[in-house]
Write a protein that binds this ligand. Sequence first.
Ligand SMILES: [Zn+2]
Ligand SMILES: [Zn+2]
Length: 260
Amino acid sequence: MELIDTHCHLTFEQLAWEIDEVVERSVAAGVAGWITVGTDPEHNLKAVELAGRFDNMFAGVGIHPHDARDVTAETMVKLKELARNEKVVAIGETGLDFHYDFSPRQDQRRVFEAQLEIARQMNLPVIIHSREAFDETIDILEQFIGLKGTLKGVVFHCFGGSEHQARIVLDHGFYISFTGVVTFKNAEKARQAAKIVPADRLMLETDGPYMSPAPMRKQKINEPALMVHTARFLAGLKEMDENDFARAVTATSKSFFGLP
Ligand SMILES: [Zn+2]
Ligand SMILES: [Zn+2]
């Protein structure tokens, strides 16, 4: 299997302190490409620096909805500057999180829209974080595209929605990415959704250091190497050969993010 972890947080302390070993274990397991995703100005900078150290590592830069409250116009100017770096392959993660509501919803909307505009100007795909805010996320994307024209690409990361919601995402021409959560006992809804997502619209991620997939849930710190379990699980769910499935989702990831 040759896989790409399209969404992990390798700059977070849990993984950053032993990054060389994390990368080594990942390559040994068959996960030989990574997109390390920033969530705030500090981690965006770190993500770009880290990606510069490894051939097959790339960065997403964005402001997580949790951090939207502190964002100024200046933050956005800096984000756009950073997005020019050759290792940056996406804007994100950005979106809406009405589960935690760590930032006021008005700020979340404002900062999400501002990042869509940067993605459009820079012709970069967008990594969407949407939690308990599905309809409003789709509304904002629809309005933005209606007003400003198409985006290079849109992926709903850590998808936990229903089959119906997956259909809506696909009908808009967007992509869906699954974490190890899809392997959890209580994730029947996400599994129903995964069944209808074709491999050419599906990507895989760990979202490490969070939420190790079954059967590794006891491993407190999730890391890219563990993504092989999610890949095997989804191949089984979709009744596909493991290697065919891996090849297909890797091709999808490369074309979506424009990776070499
Ligand atoms: Zn997220
Ligand atoms: Zn994330």
